[in-house]
Design a protein. Structure first.
Length: 887
């Protein structure tokens, strides 16, 4: 390549060597001392090489000293023990070759030492003379240098064995340089262990060489092995007495050596123990040697709670496919006593690895081998006071994991629904507020739905109620073993014959034939989602994945026909009880009942049936009123399920005989909410008002220009109200309103909702919150506390059917007391209004026994005793497993 100018011509030869950017130390204008500093100190690679060479020189000098001692002839032991030969302490015998080698080594050592002190030492030259390292170097090397010019000094004794202490100091510096060169984090525990071991070796070597030399002046001469034996016996405080010093010089040396050991070693051991304890608190490292060939997942959580972690481990390892997966707990908190005992259980001791550290640091993610993890679970503790701050930490942890290992799927748990906007990259996001409020709302529609979902989500063997004397315990315990399983249609004996049939057809006939409940399906296509009850139009294909509820999965049945028969036989009794609903209606016709009450029940059933048929586009021929023709009702319902739809006929709209003059249906439209509480909400069709209400009309306890009512009784609602008591309004309340105002709910069965908010009387909720609820029909709010009886009466608790108690903030110091306020409030409401249906949330399942607690109810106390016996049996089984694992 050529560059031409008017006066000059430059020619450059293109190099084939790749251009590598190298580190430059300092500026261009430097003196000789600066260049030496760069080479000996600043450049860590050259510094490590120099220290390694110096270390080898020191060790070589000690080896040469031992060689001289071995080849020296000390003569026979003296007969006079009182005679001390002092000249043997100062003069020794050596040959010229060994002296020459020692002198060369000493010259190299002292030159390097002087050079290092010259470039690194700053200050007065007098301070250099009191430096122990420099003085020790002069003591072991200067006499050998002087013997070059004075031949008589070649037989002078030089304690070269003291170079072991110089080598010890160089070794410590080498560890720091090695850490810089390798770029690998060497633990402080490793460095302190090496330091303690090298110090102990130096003490033993010094004592061995010193005793060998000092005993030259006595009557009994020691060789190196006898000196080593004497030092080891002395350090171990055994003292056999077969070898002992017989001159005062060697005895003084032993005393000084013992004092030195008592001073140096305890401090080293104490520092090592402290570092070991800190290292134990910080957990282990998931290194390649520990987890090579193993599949692992990483669980990050800010605060470790034993109950929470135990539930996670139980559910995770309940699946047989997870038995060989290792769990790495990454948390910045220390292990308390309960967590230590939990991780020592043999069931999880070899499966769970604890690492203390924050997920925001790459070094901790490297310790957990996040890049090789199968999945990452980012969880939040239950006992959290400020959930918004916890979600902010969750967002940062999720971002850190995504930045470090983008390919690792994340399963994230958050509290607030607005947090989902920032972690859309996660594989699965579980929002506690969305799930919690939706579940609480559905309990008002379908009582017991929370228990059903809880039993369905938790792993159970169906053996909980076997030892109970109550039949309903056995029924509930047996059916709690139902779980959700998935299977490919082509591999299934349950659903293999339903290929090409509709989903409802397969669901009905599979339940009738095998007792399994088909709930969902997923197409075997990229990006497909699970569809729950897709309806008649969905046809099952061979490659679809079906999700069904059963007592056991199909693969676990070794003998398919025999297994299905055994399950159906075992569930025969419980199925008969479950089928008492229609039978009860049949029996109701034979039981004597007042005609007025029977007419009221039939009229109510007819109204509900009309609304149901209207929402499902059915005709009156598809179902009949109970009591008239039960067989026709059952037959028609089967026809609907199996896909045999009757022809739809137009119905003449009847006048509203429920609302009176003006029907509520005239002001309501089925549409999506115009205003959402937060971004990234799911699309839901609801009963919404055609015109938005004013904010003043939302407060039920205050009159306004549009409505003069000040109490719920004045409104004259046809349906009982639902009171929702919340300590502070949040965006999660939006998910409580959606199920209660869903489009498929009959309009005339909409129940009013009164939000009882714990705010000051002169305060109001935010305008954004009021803007959301203003579009929903029959939703009001009022300030008040759930613990105040006056506020409950003002909210119309006497006219309410359900009351929902939600506690957003916990003020309890002890985590298990987080539910105390909720339990006491629920007990108070239950005692005052026993017919009111109370729905609340609890942080810990163990506190459920205090709900509606009655100390005088002997039946409840007996059931509580049964629960305690079952808990003790589970703990005994756990301890038995622990003993079996230790044996």
């Amino acid at each position: 390549m050529e560059l031409k100018d008017n006066n000059y011509r430059f020619t450059f030869k293109e190099s084939t060597v790749p251009h590598i950017a190298r580190m430059q130390y300092g500026s261009g204008d430097q003196n000789f001392k600066s260049h030496l500093q760069q080479y000996f100190i600043e450049n860590y690679k050259s510094s490590l090489r120099i220290r390694l060479f110096n270390f080898v020189i020191k060790v070589l000098s000690c080896v040469l000293y031992c060689v001289r001692v071995v080849h020296e002839t000390t003569g026979e032991d003296a007969t006079d023990v009182r005679l001390i030969k002092y000249d043997a302490l100062f003069w020794v015998e050596t040959n010229d070759l060994l002296w020459a080698i020692q002198t060369v080594v000493a010259a190299i050592s002292i030159v390097e030492t002087v050079l290092v002190f010259y470039i690194s030492y700053k200050g007065s030259i007098l301070r250099l003379l009191v430096n122990i390292h420099f003085l020790l170097e002069l003591l072991t090397s200067a006499p050998l240098i002087a013997s070059i010019f004075v031949p008589e000094l070649r037989r002078l004794y030089v304690p070269i064995f003291l170079n072991c202490w110089l080598a010890n100091g160089i070794l410590e510096n080498m560890l720091y340089d090695l850490h810089r060169v390798s770029r690998v984090s060497q633990s402080a525990l490793f460095r302190q262990m090496i330091g303690l071991f090298s110090t102990l070796v130096c003490l033993i070597f010094t004592g061995t060489c010193g005793m060998e030399h000092l005993q030259r002046a006595g009557s009994r001469h020691f060789d190196l092995f006898n000196s080593f034996y004497f030092i080891m016996v002395t350090f171990s405080t055994v003292g056999y007495g077969d070898f002992y010093p017989d001159v005062w010089v060697s005895r003084l040396f032993v005393v000084i050596l013992i004092v030195t050991v008592l001073v140096v070693l305890p401090s080293k051991i104490e520092a090592l123990v402290q570092t070991w304890l800190e290292r134990k608190k910080s957990g282990m490292d998931y290194t390649k040697g520990f987890g090579e060939g193993e599949t692992h997942v990483v669980v990050t959580i800010t605060h470790l709670e034993a109950d929470f972690i135990e539930d996670f481990l139980t559910e995770f390892y309940a699946h047989p496919k997870h038995a060989g997966i290792l769990i790495v707990l990454l948390s910045p908190s220390e292990l308390d006593n309960r967590m230590k005992l939990l991780l020592k259980i043999p069931l999880w001791a070899h499966r769970v690895l604890y690492i203390r550290g924050s997920a925001l640091k790459d070094e901790n993610l490297e310790r957990a081998q996040m890049a090789k993890a199968k999945a990452c679970f980012i969880l939040s503790a239950r006992h959290v006071r400020k959930k918004s701050e916890s979600d902010e930490q969750t967002i940062l942890r999720s971002w850190a994991v995504k930045d470090f290992a983008p390919h690792v799927p994340q399963f994230v748990q958050v509290f607030r629904p607005e947090t989902k906007l920032h972690i859309e990259h996660a594989e699965i996001i579980i929002c506690e507020d969305e799930f919690k409020y939706s579940l609480l709302a559905n309990n008002c529609i379908c009582p017991g739905i929370s228990t059903y979902i809880t039993l369905l989500m938790h792993t159970s063997r169906g053996e909980e109620g076997k030892k109970s004397t109550e039949p309903w315990h056995k029924i509930c315990g047996f059916h709690s073993g139902n779980e959700i399983y998935d299977i490919l249609v082509s591999d299934s004996k349950f659903f293999g014959e339903y290929v090409g049939k509709s989903f409802t057809y397969a669901s009905f006939h599979a339940h009738k034939a095998f007792g399994v409940c088909l709930v969902g399906v997923k197409r075997n296509e990229p990006g497909s989602r699970i569809l729950l009850n897709p309806g008649h139009s969905f046809l099952i294909q061979r490659l679809d994945i079906l999700y069904y509820i059963a007592l056991t999965n199909e693969e676990s049945l070794t003998d398919f026909t025999k297994g299905i028969y055994a399950q159906k036989k075992q569930a025969n009794f419980t199925s008969n009880i479950a089928n008492l609903g229609p039978a009860g209606m049949e029996l109701s016709s034979s039981v004597e009942m007042p005609e007025e009450k029977e007419d009221v029940l039939k009229l109510k059933w007819k109204k509900c049936l009309k609304l149901l048929m209207k929402s499902k586009n059915l005709t009156t021929t598809d179902a009949e009123v109970p009591g008239d023709n039960i067989d026709n009702e059952r037959k028609s319902s089967v026809g609907v399920v199996t896909g045999e739809l009757a022809s739809s006929e137009s119905e003449e709209e009847e006048g509203c005989d429920i609302c009176g003059e003006r029907c509520i249906e005239e002001s309501i439209i089925k549409t999506t909410p115009p205003v959402s509480a937060y971004i990234d909400t799911s699309v839901n069709l609801c009963h919404m008002l055609k015109e938005k209400r004013s904010f003043c009309c939302l407060q039920i306890s205050e009159p306004c220009e549009h409505c003069k009512f000040v109490s719920p009784r004045e409104y004259g609602w046809q349906n009982p109200a639902i009171i929702v008591a919340v300590d502070q309004p949040s965006s999660g309340l939006y998910n409580l309103l959606l199920p209660l105002r869903a489009y498929f709910r009959p309009v005339h069965e909409i129940q009013p909702i009164i939000l009882l908010l714990e705010i000051e009387d002169n305060q109001k909720p935010s305008s954004a919150f009021l803007d959301v609820i203003a579009w929903f029909p029959l939703i009001y709010w009022m300030p008040g506390k759930i613990s105040s009886l006056d506020n409950l009466l003002s909210a119309g608790i006497c006219l309410a059917e359900h009351i929902i108690v939600v506690k957003e903030v916990s003020s309890a110091v002890e985590e298990h007391l987080a539910d105390c306020n909720t339990i006491i409030t629920a007990q108070k409401i239950h005692r005052m209004f026993p017919k009111l249906k109370l729905i609340t949330e609890l942080t810990y399942s163990s506190n459920m026994r205090f709900m509606q607690f009655d100390p005088y109810d002997s039946y409840a106390l007996q059931q509580s005793k049964f629960e305690k016996v079952r808990t003790l049996e589970s703990w005994a089984c756990l301890r038995r497993r622990e003993k079996e694992g230790t044996n």
